[in-house]
Design a protein around this ligand. Structure first.
Ligand SMILES: [Zn+2]
Ligand SMILES: [Zn+2]
Length: 425
């Protein structure tokens, strides 16, 4: 990367009068430049670490924090990057070329830290290939890639990892003497985390429908945090209904459930949580199973009622549930929501990464215009896109394999998507 050329272009930017394409080009420059700056910082931090070996007055973490007006914690993070870059030099080089961010490197550091010490060199050994892949991936995609790499190195479907995660479960509590506020910060292994997060979410959703306390903040993010804090209190006090076992949905294909992972396994616990198949299988007896039959396009063909054991799955399919409610119900039924969850992973709008568990069923034909609440006419869309498509009167159509076409009012096709199976590829 020619840093001088990039900076020269950035200095000349007039954002106020730029077109969309120009802005996109500027944002690319900003990103390259930021990545390059991170590489410079990493190199400097490495040098500080080197100097510290011969000079006790040099304190890399504190020197970084003081020079950058950041916390000691930020200084420590910079040192971690510097140490990681030494064992994975390709990351630093690609960062200096502007192609890879500090967050990608952080994801690599976190993946290494989550592994058994004995297995770490095997991930470090393939760092050059990973750095190359990372250049074409968002940080989220790269984390997912790393998770797969670690799983293939450990080759036990995450069981030893879950074991380590379980040992690493912590809850810290302290009082901030400046503000007088009591703080809690916890980290939980995915299995307990799923239970905890689901219980909180359930309580939180219940509180959305109740009248909000008058002192709730207006800012939507702040308000969410405020309500979550109260949801925890209400859980602990055992208030309200639904204090029983929390509900969460795990989507898993039959082959994987019975015989373990294969090339096209579908396992989705939501919330970015990953559980070993063995752990999911162990939920039998504590969980209920819903059989959903899909075709090769990922479109639901038949669905049964929830049953308490794996043995009853097939029986449940002999009396399938109705996935068409016609005009008898305005809102999607529980069965329809499950069918959508089994078919899709994300909001259907192309490029949207909102998980299907956080979507709302949308009627292809508006209820007020005579639309039916039938599975063929329901689509999962996130809150944001739901608002957008109603406000702008986008027209959505599905073909028999649920390939989606979006047209705007003047008939121009905005985008199309493949069948739901594509979301799992
Ligand atoms: Zn809608
Ligand atoms: Zn969306």
């Amino acid at each position: 990367m020619d840093a001088v050329a990039v900076v020269t272009r950035l200095v000349a930017v007039d954002a106020g009068s730029s077109s969309r394409d120009e802005i996109v080009a500027v944002l690319r420059d900003v990103t390259s430049c930021r990545n390059w700056l991170t590489a410079v910082e990493v190199a400097c931090q490495s040098r500080l670490e080197e100097l510290a070996e011969g000079d006790p007055a040099v304190n890399p973490d504190a020197d970084n924090a003081a020079a950058t007006n950041r916390s000691q914690r930020a200084g420590q993070a910079a040192s971690r990057r510097a140490r990681a870059a030494r064992s994975a030099p390709e990351f630093e080089q690609r960062m200096a070329a502007g192609d890879l961010s500090g967050e990608h490197l952080d994801a690599f550091i976190a993946a290494l830290a989550g592994m058994l010490a004995a297995a770490r060199p095997r991930l470090a050994a393939v760092h050059a290939r990973l750095a190359e892949l990372a250049c074409r991936m968002t940080v989220e995609e790269f984390r997912e890639q790393l998770r797969r790499e670690v799983a293939s190195i450990e080759a036990d479907d995450g069981r030893s990892r879950l074991q380590r995660q379980t040992t690493a479960t912590r809850l810290r509590q302290w009082t901030d003497h400046r503000t007088g506020m009591v703080h809690l910060a916890g980290q939980y292994d995915p299995e307990s985390g799923l239970v905890l997060a689901s219980a909180l979410q359930q309580r939180l959703e219940a509180s959305f429908h109740a009248p909000h306390p008058p002192d709730a903040p207006d800012d939507p993010m702040e308000k969410q945090d405020f309500l979550r804090a109260h949801a925890l209190l209400s859980l602990i006090r055992g208030e309200g209904r639904g204090s029983g076992a929390p509900e969460f949905i795990v989507v898993i294909d039959e082959e994987t459930l019975l015989h373990g992972r294969h090339a096209t396994s579908r396992v989705d616990c939501g919330r970015g949580i990953h559980l070993p198949v063995a752990t999911i299988r162990d939920m039998a007896g504590r969980a209920r199973f819903v059989p959903v039959v899909i075709d090769r396009h990922g479109v639901v063909i038949r669905q049964g009622r929830p049953v308490p054991s794996l043995e009853q799955l097939r029986d449940s399919l002999t009396t399938p549930v109705a996935l068409q409610a016609g005009r008898s119900r305005r809102f999607a039924t529980r069965h329809q929501r499950r069918a959508l969850r089994a078919m899709y992973r994300r909001c259907v709008i192309p490029g949207c990464h909102t998980h299907v568990s956080k979507t709302e069923p949308h009627h292809l034909i508006d209820w007020d215009h005579g639309g039916h609440t039938d599975i063929e006419l329901l689509l999962p869309v996130c809150k944001h896109h739901h608002d957008v498509l109603h406000a702008r009167s986008w027209c959505l159509t599905l073909d028999q394999h649920r390939r989606l076409t979006i047209t705007i009012r003047d008939g121009a096709i905005v985008m199309t998507t493949g069948p739901p199976a594509d979301q799992w590829a």
